[in-house]
Design a binder for this molecule. Structure first.
Ligand code: TA6
Length: 291
């Protein structure tokens, strides 16, 4: 397939192709492994918008710490089998690039992953997934799941977006006030969000929300707007000190510089996809011009 001039295929890591995008509106990198948007930096921004750990492991079959991991077809641990990979298998399988186009102001790419004998041993259903990515002054990622088999399946999923911030202690997440959330730090308990979200320790919360949020970053003097579609759960995560130390692919002090805002379907918002039906999960990250 011929690539537009603004996209090159980098294979500096043998067997690990990465698409490098240099477009007037933004730069980005996308790994074939997991159709993983690793980096995105709109033109004019000093700091990248997506966070990538400097210790991320770039190897086939390995999850990447940063960017936008695709958690699919389950979120978190496998519902019944602890030997299965965390957050499903889509993020650790090689996807196929079907198309890449430059359009006014952005680049559009379409990746595909479909069921086969291997995936059926992990998850006994037939599917075709398409991931649409639009990269420009904003970023849209759309995960389309088609049930191509004869049996309905229950789908858990997330676009697990890592966002760069200047200092997590100077970040406020707006838009989830008075929303119920499952707090998974320590004992799992349902709580009500009171006011904006601030970060004074580990935060790992699944909010029952279909709407977007605003990440106010006072250190970098920018707001990130995260909108979504087809998602009943918004996951907010920062590992803080102790969990950062336990993650081998994350520097101990890295928690200061990122948070995750994830468009998800987990728990009660998991989606039943009937045979022949499809489901779309979309996330959009943008930066309003004036803060
Ligand atoms: O973001 C929510 C979460 O489930 C956290 O509990 C944490 O485990 C994070 O995902 C990262 O998971 P990973 O498997 O990528 O290390």
């Amino acid at each position: 397939m011929t690539l537009p001039d603004c996209i090159t295929l980098e294979e500096s890591i043998p067997g690990y192709p990465i698409y490098v995008i240099n477009h007037p509106a933004a730069t980005a990198r996308i790994a074939m492994n997991g159709a993983h948007v690793m980096e995105w930096k709109p033109t004019g921004q000093e700091a990248p918008v997506l966070y990538m750990s400097p210790d991320a492991v770039l190897a086939p079959g390995k999850a990447i710490r940063g960017g936008i991991p695709i958690c699919w077809p389950w979120f978190g641990g496998h519902p019944t089998d602890v030997t299965q990979p965390m957050h499903g298998f889509a993020r650790i399988r090689s996807w196929e690039l079907l198309r890449a186009d430059t359009q006014e102001g952005h680049v559009a790419l379409l990746f595909k992953l479909e069921s086969n004998e291997e995936t059926r041993t992990l998850w006994p259903y037939d599917f075709t997934c398409h991931l649409g990515i639009s990269i420009g002054a904003s970023l849209e990622v759309s995960l389309m799941t088609q049930n191509t088999g004869d049996n309905a399946f229950l789908l858990g999923e997330a676009l697990h977006t890592y966002l760069t911030v200047g200092d997590i202690k100077q970040v406020t997440v707006k838009g989830l006030d008075e929303t119920k959330y499952l707090d998974t730090v320590g004992e799992r308990v349902v709580r009500d969000q009171v006011g904006d979200i601030v970060f004074e320790g580990e935060v790992d919360r699944q909010y029952a929300s279909t709407g977007g949020v605003i990440v106010e970053d006072r250190a970098l003097k920018r707001n990130l707007v995260v909108n979504k579609l087809g998602s009943g759960t918004t996951v907010i995560w920062n590992p803080w000190i102790e969990k950062s130390k336990r993650l081998a692919d994350l520097p101990d002090e890295a928690y200061h510089g990122f948070l995750c805002v994830e468009a998800a379907n987990a728990g009660d918002s998991c989606v039943t996809v009937a045979p022949g039906s499809q489901h779309v999960l979309l996330t959009q990250v943008s930066l309003p011009s004036i803060v």
